[in-house]
Ligand binder design. Structure first.
Ligand code: HEM
Length: 126
């Protein structure tokens, strides 16, 4: 199996990942009801984000935590939802890729998810 090498690889990854998210009713409603994402517009943004994070290309300028705090205001993003998200993400990576970048993207996803959850908790206290 090959490692993640370029933006085409990342597109394949996020495309397959979102197929899993949208096919799982325990989380899909966030993407279809709470926020109505337009998948064809959404996937290239995810590619830009991950390309910056693991291929070092740059180009993503928005505040990702802020975006998820806004979603949490509409519908609480629980630890369970984060676990489901991470489970589908890791499964997709492992189904498609193996290597240093594949490990790196899973580690990054976990640390970002952890930071988001800390900010969500702190936000509720304030
Ligand atoms: C419970 C877990 C999560 C849920 C339910 C969730 C849901 C969503 C939704 C509904 C959007 C669209 C927001 C909008 O367009 O207004 C979004 C955007 C996004 N999410 Fe998440 N998310 C989760 C966790 C994560 C994590 C852990 C990461 C990264 C490691 C991530 C990365 C992104 C990116 C890159 C975008 C695009 C933001 C943009 O438009 O600039 N998400 N997410």
């Amino acid at each position: 199996m090959k490692d993640i090498e370029n933006q085409e690889d990342l597109y394949l990854l996020v495309d397959e990942f979102y197929k899993k998210l949208l096919a799982d009713p325990s989380i899909s409603y966030i993407f279809t009801d709470v926020v109505k994402i337009k998948i064809l517009e959404h996937l290239p943004i995810l590619v830009t984000f991950w390309s910056q994070a693991i291929l070092g290309t740059g180009g993503y300028t928005k505040n990702l935590t802020e975006i998820h705090l806004d979603i949490d205001k509409k519908e609480h993003l629980t630890p369970e939802l984060f676990n489901i998200w991470l489970g589908h993400f890791n499964t997709t990576v492992d189904e498609l890729f193996a290597g240093q970048k594949a490990e790196q993207i899973k580690t990054q996803a976990l640390s970002i998810a952890t930071i988001m959850q800390i900010k969500i908790i702190n936000n509720k206290k304030g």
